[in-house]
Design a protein around this ligand. Structure first.
Ligand code: 3UK
Length: 505
């Protein structure tokens, strides 16, 4: 007898289900001056899906590029693409024409839905990549804009009957080094991440209000600010701009209960939180880069809340190793999330015992499929994904982050993890932000160098900072060079761009 995989469309599960159950009036998504219920988001997504299929000629499997700040309209476009059985190709708002062109070429993008405010760079990319046939602008008053087109379409749409292992999303890695890599995710992956980490760490319900800074183009934001809230019938606040100041004000304004942002944003918010009533917050999630113990302590002191740290990756869609609040331990990321396995390997691929630093490998329901073959062959073996991170497992079985594998510093024969030196520096009261890299050195091979942003009103005393590091971690790790800066280069996702500091003269 022939066996067929189950048919399912992620939009049916996450969006239409609530309306069918008679819960369509519940608040779903707000932002950009709009407040939509589940039924309203469904109607918008259905109209846009009709535009895609009837007017723009999208067929199942087409790659549709999405570009815009976090808004309810962008969320509606995302669901419209999913409903139409097409593949969303999410792009970060700050990408320029050159970078967008690479995405268009690598993912073979045929259509795009783009916020009118961000049209220029995309149209410039389209001029050089005619494979992109159709660009339709949203949040636009133009007669051929998405709003004018969708207003003519019915609010009903029969979701394309996709299979659970049809591709639904191509996400590009943020690329802290080198070229962005495209990774494919299936309908079932989108649902799997809602069933693995959130029930374990958030225990969210319909009354929760989610908020945060990561763009929906970054899978940290897609999960935390759209999929996770919708999987439990909660509501979400999408912010077009989410600097620490704006995020803090929005938490208070919307009485948000669950917050997603990066460690640097928690540090900046902690410094200002005293003037705000954030007693509404129930869960605060940190990801994107390592959470230093000093940042955990800072946030706890300022708000009483224990941060939930989790490591995720574009390749695996969302968080795969994390603590719960109850098991949080300063300096450790945590344990594999239910559904995932992890281990530490040496360079030859052999498992290492606890205490030894090696390469992190992860296996789970959302394993990686790169668009590029070489990458797949190099980084994925038997369903085990090499994340590019150096980790160790401590005596309690907790996974402890060291550095990106390419960021390990070798100085005077010692392996030194820059983030460990950063964590030590951050525990000094004068330090607001810092980055530690290895710079070429004739005598030691590499020299540990720190770039430090001082807290307001603090003077830069190199010797005092060096002594503080020597007293906090093994003295040989102390930064022999310290340079003070007004700010540090970061990606849109809050990650330090250490390569920019290495390249700088
Ligand atoms: C680093 C962390 C230590 C780590 C992401 C949550 O960051 C995400 O995806 P990216 O593809 O980068 C992945 C890399 O970022 N990293 C992320 N979180 C942590 N390092 N502690 C952490 N808590 O090097 C990892 O390999 O941009 C994060 C959910 C979804 C995501 N895509």
């Amino acid at each position: 007898e022939l066996q067929f995989g189950p048919c399912l469309n992620a939009a049916t599960e996450l969006l239409d289900r609530w309306v069918e159950q008679g819960l369509g009036d519940r608040p779903c998504v707000q932002g950009a001056g709009l407040r939509w219920s589940y039924a309203e988001l469904q109607a918008e997504a259905n109209r846009i899906a009709n535009v895609l299929v009837q007017e723009l000629g999208v067929v199942p499997g087409n790659r549709v590029l999405l570009r815009g700040a976090n808004t309810p309209q962008l969320a509606a476009c995302w669901f419209a693409v999913v409903k139409a059985g097409a593949i969303a190709v999410a792009t970060m708002p700050l990408l320029r024409a050159g970078e967008l062109g690479k995405v268009i070429a690598k993912a073979e993008v045929s259509h795009a839905l783009c916020d009118a405010a961000l049209a220029d760079e995309l149209l410039a990319a389209q001029a050089r990549h005619p494979v992109l046939r159709q660009v339709c602008l949203f949040r636009s008053a133009a007669p051929d804009g998405l709003e004018a087109r969708s207003a003519r379409q019915p609010a009903r749409f029969a979701n394309v009957d996709t299979a659970s292992d049809d591709c639904v999303l191509i996400a590009f890695t943020s690329g802290t080094t080198g070229q962005p890599k495209g990774t494919m995710h299936f309908h079932r992956d989108v649902l799997a991440i809602c069933r693995c980490w959130p029930p374990h760490c958030l225990q969210a319900g319909a009354s929760d209000v989610f908020i945060g800074s990561p763009p929906l183009a970054f899978t940290f934001g897609l999960g935390g600010l759209l999929l996770f809230p919708m999987s439990v019938g909660a509501s979400t606040v999408l912010l077009e701009k989410a600097s620490p100041e704006l995020l803090l004000a929005a938490i208070v304004e919307h009485r948000a209960t669950v917050c997603f942002t990066a460690p640097t944003s928690y540090r900046a918010m902690a410094a200002q939180v005293a003037q705000h009533d954030v007693s509404c917050l129930r869960k605060c999630v940190s990801a994107g880069e390592a959470l230093p113990a000093a940042t955990r302590a800072l946030w706890k002191q300022a708000t009483g809340i224990e941060l939930i740290d989790g490591i995720g990756a574009t390749e695996l869609l969302h968080i795969f190793i994390s603590h719960t609040e109850a098991t949080a331990k300063p300096g450790a990321t945590g344990r594999p999330v239910p559904g995932y396995q992890a281990c530490i390997l040496d360079d030859a691929g052999r498992r290492l015992p606890p205490g030894q630093v090696g390469r992190l490998a992860v296996k789970g329901p959302t394993g990686c499929r790169y668009l590029a073959d070489e990458r797949q062959l190099q980084y994925v073996h038997d369903g085990w994904n090499l994340t590019g991170d150096a980790y160790l497992v401590d005596a309690d079985g907790d996974y402890v982050y060291q550095a990106r594998t390419d960021d390990m510093i070798i100085s005077g024969g010692y392996n030194i993890a820059g983030p460990e030196v950063e964590a030590a520096l951050l525990s000094h009261p004068a330090v607001a932000e810092c980055a530690v890299i290895g710079v070429p050195d004739e005598e030691r091979g590499q020299l540990v160098k720190a770039f430090v942003v001082l807290r307001e009103g603090q003077g830069g005393d190199v010797k005092a900072l060096q002594d503080h590091v020597k007293a906090t971690i093994a003295p040989y790790k102390y930064p022999r060079a310290i340079e003070f800066r007004a700010s540090l280069p970061r990606t849109e996702t809050g990650k330090l761009q250490r390569f920019k500091l290495r390249e700088a003269p």
